[in-house]
Ligand binder design. Structure first.
Ligand code: ZN
Length: 455
């Protein structure tokens, strides 16, 4: 079977002749399922040809326009034609546009407001940035090349360049001001590290923030330290986006790093930041996991393990209820039964669970003792319907930074590259990159579903 795909101008006046776009032929023998419908190469070719034809028609039509001089209002005459090679989602196109000169004052005029050195459509830039925010540049380039007729500009370097451009625009964009005032906002500030490609520097610090309202509004943001992106500006901007007013009750959470506390102060967040329950729970989880895999190969160990698991759980309960400023007591109680695990066999990870448990408990103790001023009665807050930390269950740092930028150990980042990519990633999660892509996470309506069991 065969068809000719035609583009027909639908206007009644100035109707242009119809254009044959492409001949399609498919077998009429359907014994093989592979013969059904168009193939991907055909679809790509079809998109590319339709794009060429549509652009050609648009350019032809537009060439009839003549601008008026913006300075003196005089008549303009054609100076020359300029070809513009533009990469689009559906292939590269060449558009010839006229440049004009005012016959009165000699001023140059054009009929487009395209950015200078424009090489691609915003839609292509945004899709490339969107994919690059989620996967390595090389993989993103491969996906695009596989699915769409984008032969121009699919190199990872091009994608990187365009993505960082988009990131720069996002960073410099004016804040989106909220129409509704938020009675309460929870702000959590956190930090993580990524590998650095700069000489004499192994890691770079990344600060990540998350702001949430009670009715499920949420924004995430981040900045690499020592870049042009000012984290305090981002904090202010995101609070504004969620509808902060002078009456908003603002609660701040941090992981306890003093640097983050001073950033909060610089951003005008004056209320005392609370130690985020998420970070405590994560450290307790390490102790709990180690306790749960303690050996039970001897009767004495079975008994001791029961005691230890209960003690770790009690420690969690005491911290949750604001009754513990450290883990000393737990460590002392566990020490009494710990001797039965002497000579415990190592696991595949290379460490015996009892050793791991000991490490984890001391880590909890060191953490809590240094942060005791910022501990609160989490149970009481929770019962009152108040937040006890970020509601992102895996932690904002993990999904915003680590999933894309720290998973692969080989990846080393330039300060600017990581920072601008982070701006794009945040926009993807916030649903503010272009239109029609949507948010990557659902706004949460229940403040802390996973914490009910902790209480
Ligand atoms: Zn003029």
């Amino acid at each position: 079977m065969g068809w000719v795909l035609q583009l027909v101008d639908t206007r009644t006046e100035n109707r242009a002749p119809s254009v044959d776009v492409m001949e399609i032929s498919r077998p009429n023998d359907l014994r093989d399922i592979a013969s059904l419908g168009l193939t991907l190469p055909e679809a790509k070719q079809l998109l590319a040809r339709v794009q060429q034809a549509v652009v050609a028609a648009q350019a032809r039509d537009y060439a009839g326009l003549r601008p008026e001089c913006a300075a003196c209002g005089g008549r303009c005459h054609v100076k020359d034609w300029r070809p513009h090679q533009i990469a689009t989602l559906f292939g590269g196109v060449t558009v010839r546009l006229r440049r004009f000169l005012c016959s009165g004052c000699g001023r140059s005029e054009t009929t487009t407001s395209w950015p200078s050195h424009c090489r691609s459509t915003p839609e292509l830039d945004q899709l490339q940035a969107h994919l690059s925010a989620l996967m390595p540049y090389r993989v993103a380039a491969g996906v695009l090349e596989h699915l769409l007729p984008v032969e121009a500009g699919t190199s990872p370097e091009t994608l990187r360049g365009r993505t960082l451009n988009v990131g720069e625009h996002l960073r410099n964009a004016a804040p989106i001001t909220s129409t509704a005032a938020a009675p309460a906002i929870a702000l959590s500030l956190d930090s993580t590290f990524i590998r650095s490609c700069h000489d004499g520097e192994r890691h770079q610090e990344v600060r990540i923030g998350n702001v949430e309202t009670l009715n499920g509004g949420r924004q995430v943001f981040g900045a690499v330290a020592r870049t042009e992106t000012d984290i305090t500006v981002l904090i202010r901007r995101n609070l504004e986006t969620l509808g902060r007013t002078s009456n908003t009750e603002l609660t701040a959470f941090t992981d306890g790093c003093p640097g983050l506390r001073s950033i909060l102060t610089d951003a005008g967040v004056t209320s005392l930041p609370i130690l985020d329950w998420f970070h405590i729970a994560m450290r307790l989880q390490h102790a709990k996991q180690a306790a749960e895999v303690l050996s039970t190969d001897e009767p004495g160990r079975v008994q001791a393990k029961t005691v230890i698991v209960a003690e770790v759980e009690r420690l969690r309960w005491r911290i949750w209820n604001g009754k513990a400023k450290g883990a000393r007591l737990t460590i002392e109680r566990i020490r009494k039964v710990m001797h039965v695990f002497k000579g415990e066999r190592r696991r595949r990870t290379g460490t015996a669970p009892s050793r791991k448990l000991w490490h984890a408990l001391h880590a909890v103790d060191a953490y809590l003792s240094s942060q005791s001023a910022w501990l609160v009665n989490y149970a009481e807050r929770h019962r009152a319907g108040l937040r006890v930390g970020t509601s992102v269950t895996e932690g904002t740092a993990n999904f915003l930074v680590n999933r894309r930028m720290a998973k692969s150990q080989q990846m080393r980042w330039s300060r600017r590259g990581a920072d601008l990519l982070l701006q794009v990633r945040a926009a993807v999660y916030n649903g503010t990159l272009g239109s029609g892509f949507g948010k990557l996470f659902e706004p949460m309506s229940r403040p802390h579903p996973t914490l009910a069991e902790a209480a």
